[in-house]
Write a protein that binds this ligand. Structure first.
Ligand code: NAD
Ligand code: ZN
Length: 258
């Protein structure tokens, strides 16, 4: 049986061929893209869920029932890690793709703000942001980096308890984020799916929306996911921080004087 052309060339070269011709690519990112920035994912190797039960700590009912416990076992550690986390070459690669006119939008399930810190200009935060906290009583906003952990749960000056501006399980996806994500997924020519386990809905529907609208799906993940056999046209097995620089190098070789 003869091999066709695409099975013979290296997957990164194939991805570079596709991306160098793309005009409206979109990235869907998950916790995996931030692993090389020192932020543990939820699932997969070293994931937080190996240690704690998500429904016990990351559900809105758990938070409202016992905010001190959820601050102690989840939010406090997240704040400590995110206060000092910096973007890695995976995030930087997406900024480069935007500057080359290839990538339009990043849809991220992450709440760590690292895409914006790296320089991506159009980031849809599908699950909200950990950068800010809101008071449960007066709704005042406070930057997470300014929150004092001496008192748990931390409180607003009015005495109300603070909560992060990212969503807990059991809460609605911010409507604007959902609608825009569906729009950009339906309009993209290539979708890069990076570091997501394809288990959190409705974010996991975006690659299917893109594919149904004719987009080519490139997946970057060190492990196969439910997307790999069902929707990915081209899986690139590896960490985002090592794959993205190689991909960018291969793309630049194909573009005139960049
Ligand atoms: P997940 O934790 O369910 O899965 C992580 C995925 O990343 C796995 O498929 C794993 O194989 C892959 N991965 C591990 N290392 C990688 C690397 N170096 N490069 C690329 N991929 C790598 O992640 P999810 O699908 O995003 O779902 C988790 C939910 O938890 C999301 O809703 C997200 O909002 C939230 N979360 C966010 C953060 C963050 O903001 N950084 C961290 C943990 C969880
Ligand atoms: Zn208040």
């Amino acid at each position: 049986m003869a091999l066709n052309h695409t099975t013979m060339i290296e997957p990164i070269e194939h991805a570079a061929d596709i991306l160098s011709k793309a005009k409206s690519a979109v990235a869907l990112t998950g916790a995996g893209i931030s692993v090389e920035s020192g932020i543990p994912p939820f699932r997969g190797k070293g994931g937080l869920w190996e240690k704690i039960d998500p429904m016990k700590v990351a559900h809105i009912d758990a938070f409202l029932d016992d905010p001190a416990t959820v601050w102690n076992v989840l939010i406090k550690d997240m704040k400590t890690v995110l206060d000092t986390a910096r973007p890695n070459p995976g995030h930087a690669g997406l900024v480069d793709l935007e500057r080359l006119g290839i990538l339009k939008t990043v849809i991220t399930q992450n709440v760590d703000g690292l895409h914006q810190m790296a320089g991506s200009s159009d980031v849809i935060e599908f699950h909200g942001s950990f950068a800010w906290q809101s008071c449960l009583d007066c709704n005042r906003s406070i930057e997470t980096s300014q929150v004092d952990l001496a008192q748990i749960p931390p409180r607003c000056s009015c005495g109300g308890i603070l909560r992060p501006d990212c969503i807990f399980f059991g809460e609605m996806i911010p409507r604007d984020a959902l609608v825009r994500s569906q729009q950009v997924s339906a309009a993209c020519d290539v979708m890069l799916v990076i570091g997501t386990s394809a288990t959190v809905q409705p974010a996991a529907t975006m690659p299917f929306i893109a594919k149904d609208s004719g987009a080519f799906i490139i997946e970057i993940n060190p492990e196969p996911t439910p997307f790999t056999s069902r929707v990915s046209d081209l899986p690139l097995l590896g960490g985002a921080g090592s794959i993205m620089p190689r991909l960018l190098k291969a793309i630049r070789r194909r573009l005139p004087s960049t």
